[in-house]
Design a protein around this ligand. Structure first.
Ligand code: FES
Length: 94
């Protein structure tokens, strides 16, 4: 199972996730707060995160990320990026 490490609020937490799960859902299921004003539909960017390690272990950027201008590393929309292997995520506070 992929391991996902979150850095948030000065804390670090590593959890296991099912392959294909989205970063946002993994975070919320494990008590890691990520804003998600549009409900995880790819229309707001409040769930933006930085990928510190493992960008190649995420699904490729999709149309919704590209429409929101999230084109460059290390940024991803956590509600769109699916975990396919180990990743390390920095949660961005708003
Ligand atoms: S929750 Fe709105 S873009 Fe991800």
């Amino acid at each position: 199972m992929p391991k996902v490490t979150f850095h948030f609020d000065g804390q670090t937490k590593t959890v296991e996730a099912a392959s294909g799960e989205k970063i946002l859902q993994i975070a919320l299921d494990n008590g890691v707060g990520i804003e998600h004003a549009c409900g995880g539909n790819g229309f707001c960017t409040t769930c933006l995160c930085n990928v510190k390690e493992g960008m190649a272990n995420l699904s490729p950027r999709n149309d919704r990320e590209e429409n929101m201008g999230i084109m460059d590393d290390p940024e991803r929309l956590s509600c769109q990026a699916e975990v396919e292997g180990d990743v390390e995520i920095e949660v961005i506070d708003y």
